[in-house]
Structures are given as structure tokens and as C-alpha cells.
Design a protein around this ligand. Structure first.
Ligand SMILES: NC(=O)c1ccc[n+]([C@@H]2O[C@H](COP(=O)([O-])OP(=O)(O)OC[C@H]3O[C@@H](n4cnc5c(N)ncnc54)[C@H](O)[C@@H]3O)[C@@H](O)[C@H]2O)c1
Length: 213
């Protein structure tokens, strides 16, 4: 049994992670940390093999560091922060993914491939209006993987979950690659896969679900 703690357990994604871990035969939900629940990450670390973090951009680095220093592996879905300083940390592994949905990972791969052959591209990313960072981590990562300069446009509206369109243009034609997460359960198979694999990573941090597929 993998003992899993969740940081951001009262949040939109954290709640879905708690349910998914609870339902997995090989995992035990060992702790739920969130200021909204009055439980600090430090209070649950001793009970965990792996912590899953879906919190905020300003807490993700500090949380991942605390996990590694306690010998607990971390799976981080929080976006809008820089994991580079984690290269200096030893003691446990960190896995970070800007998007845990398989369709989004494929969208990024296809967009990177298409950008080698078409003249220009732009990204439109659309999210619910409570998202705190812009552009989204997925859009930033997509642009990084693509050839050339790729401008990003961010839309924040109620009614949306997580959506992205990559539009490529060339003489007399366009190609549009679109992914939609219509429910947060779309992220859960990827999160469970990362929980099972984070202990065996060859290096740390590893960034991107494509490295586990
Ligand atoms: N990688 C992915 O696939 C993916 C998918 C969806 C969302 N996200 C990202 O996940 C993050 C969370 O999104 P959300 O919609 O669930 O946000 P949310 O605001 O609903 O939840 C965040 C929770 O974190 C809690 N929190 C704040 N500081 C904390 C700390 N120090 N320790 C523990 N908990 C703390 C908050 O109280 C809140 O309950 C965002 O950065 C979002 O962009 C990533």
C-alpha cells in the first residue's frame, strides 16, 4: 500500500485526488493538508510515502522542498512556479506535470511536431475564472516545446474547466489542435500513475507526464 497525503486537499483538484486515492486498491489516503482544514503539510508528512500537491504557485516550491527533506516523494500539479531550485535537493523524488490529462499531453506532442512544418502558431488557453495564474502552465509548456515564437492568449470565464487551442497557420491553410478537460476527473489517471512511479524516477525533478508514458 502506498501511503498518500494530499496538499490542497480542500481545493477543487485536491478533493478529486482524495477521492481517486481512496478508490485505488494499492493506495491509502494518509492525510489531508490544507489551511482550510486547519492541517499543515508538516503535520501529515510523517504518515506519507508520497504527497500530491495541488495548491498555489507561491506554496508549491516550499511544499515540495519540505517533502524531499522529510524523505517523502512529491507529485506536483500546481502551476505557475519554477521547480529549478529542486535540483539541489536530495532525499526523495519530485515529479511535476503542468497537465495530468493524457489528451493534453498528446495535444502538446502533436503541436510540437506540427510546428516544425508550419510557418506560425498561436495558443489560446481557456480556464475557469478562479484560476490564479496566466498564462496556464500547459500553454507555457506547449510554447516551450514548439519551434519559433508562439504567442499565448488567456481567457478566464465561469463555465470553463481547462481548454486549449493551438492554431498553426501557413500559406492558404490553418491547422487547429484542441483539447478540453470537461471534468477534473480527467487528471486522475495521470496523478495515480505518477504516485505509483515517482519513487523509481532516474533523476529529480522530472517534468511532464510524457516521461511516464
Ligand atoms: N497539473 C494539472 O493537471 C492541473 C490541473 C488542474 C489544476 N492545476 C493547478 O492546480 C492548482 C490548484 O488548482 P485548484 O483549482 O484545485 O485550486 P483551489 O484554489 O481550488 O485549491 C487550492 C487549495 O490549496 C490550499 N492551500 C493553499 N496553501 C496551502 C499550503 N501551504 N498547504 C496545503 N494547502 C494549501 C488552498 O486552501 C486551497 O484549498 C493550481 O495551480 C492549478 O493551476 C493543475
Amino acid at each position: 500500500m502506498i501511503r498518500v497525503g494530499v496538499a490542497g486537499a480542500a481545493g477543487r483538484v485536491g478533493t478529486a485526488v482524495c477521492e481517486a486515492v481512496d478508490a485505488a486498491d494499492d493506495m491509502k489516503l494518509a492525510g489531508r493538508a490544507d489551511p482550510a482544514l486547519g492541517v499543515a503539510l508538516g503535520d501529515i508528512l510523517g504518515d506519507c510515502d508520497v504527497v500530491v500537491d495541488f495548491t498555489t504557485p507561491d506554496t508549491a516550491l516550499e511544499n515540495a522542498r519540505a517533502c524531499v527533506r522529510a524523505g517523502v516523494h512529491a507529485v506536483v500539479g500546481t502551476t505557475g512556479w519554477d521547480p529549478t531550485p529542486l535540483r539541489e535537493e536530495r532525499g526523495a523524488n519530485v515529479f511535476v506535470a503542468p497537465n495530468f490529462a493524457i489528451g493534453a499531453v498528446l495535444m502538446m506532442r502533436f503541436a510540437a511536431e506540427a510546428s516544425k512544418y508550419m510557418a506560425k502558431a498561436e495558443i489560446i488557453e481557456l480556464h475557469h475564472d478562479r484560476k490564479v495564474d496566466a498564462p496556464s502552465g500547459t500553454a507555457a509548456r506547449t510554447a516551450e516545446l514548439m519551434d519559433g515564437e508562439v504567442p499565448i492568449h488567456s481567457v478566464r470565464l465561469p463555465g470553463l474547466v481547462a481548454h486549449q487551442e493551438v492554431i498553426l497557420g501557413d500559406v492558404g491553410q490553418t491547422l487547429t489542435i484542441r483539447h478540453d478537460s470537461t471534468d477534473r476527473t480527467s487528471f486522475m489517471p495521470g496523478v495515480l500513475l505518477a504516485i505509483r512511479r515517482v519513487g523509481d524516477l532516474p533523476e529529480s525533478p522530472v517534468i511532464g507526464l510524457e516521461h511516464l508514458l
